[in-house]
Write a protein that binds this ligand. Structure first.
Ligand code: B16
Ligand code: MG
Length: 217
């Protein structure tokens, strides 16, 4: 039996949301916009362009296209500074166990992330070789909740969407997985991810037996 297992990156494999937050907060401060952790929640799974649009809207600001581009570049530079310091200690609990279980059972594994920095991050934390395919923000034209990223991720591992399982931490990402006709597994709080087929607080709560069930259903 074979299923395609598709992992989101930020919030599922590593917690880079804290670095996105620091970088966006610095930028917002420069624009005199108040930006808190609560607003940062709403940027999870959201593309870089869309994130800046949202921050500007929260602060009631309109800026030129040129400045918009400059700010996106600045934010990313700041973010890359944090990523450069990452190592395998930042992999979230039990992610290696789950990947190992799937590999041992010969299941195809794909990444489906909105981030244009996904490859860099996977390299930094030394798990890039665990993935049979990597689909990220550079490969898509439509951001989550559009299912495009997951549909390409499935195709790259030669699996039909209905035979794929998606691990996601964001509202938009779970929506995208559902729209792709895949099994959606929320990683996080049930209050936020109630629209997922299954929800676990984190991978430590997901048993090998459950993974076996997913492979065999
Ligand atoms: P970048 P994911 C998403 O990654 C993040 O959750 C989101 O906060 C970020 O804005 C987006 O990637 C774009 O990231 O600026 O690195 O291209 O959760 O889909 O893995
Ligand atoms: Mg995410």
């Amino acid at each position: 039996n074979k299923k395609g297992f598709i992992f989101d990156l930020d919030g599922v494999i590593v917690d880079t949301a804290k670095y996105h937050f620091l970088a966006w907060q610095k930028l917002a401060k420069g624009l005199d916009i108040n930006f808190t952790e609560k607003e940062n929640e709403q940027l999870k799974g959201v593309s870089r362009v869309r994130s800046l649009e949202k921050i500007l809207a929260w602060g009631n600001k309109t800026i030129s296209d040129q400045l918009f581009q400059d700010l996106m570049g600045k934010k990313n530079e700041e973010y890359l500074g944090y990523i450069a310091e990452m190592d395998e200690s930042e992999i979230l609990p039990d992610v290696p166990r789950v990947l190992q279980y799937l590999k041992t059972n010969k299941q195809p594994i794909s990444l489906g992330s909105a981030s244009k920095n996904a490859r860099t991050i996977l390299e930094r934390v030394h798990i890039i070789s665990d993935f049979d395919a990597i689909v990220d923000g550079n490969d898509v034209s439509k951001a989550k909740p559009d299912p495009e990223v997951f549909l390409i991720a499935a195709k790259e591992i030669n699996m039909k969407p209905e035979d794929c399982i998606v691990f996601e931490d964001s509202v938009a990402g779970v929506e995208a997985a559902n729209a792709a006709n895949m099994i959606s597994i929320g990683i996080g709080s049930k209050d936020v991810l109630g629209h997922a087929d299954y929800v676990f607080n984190d991978f430590t709560e997901m048993s090998d037996d459950f993974l076996k069930f997913l492979i065999e259903y």
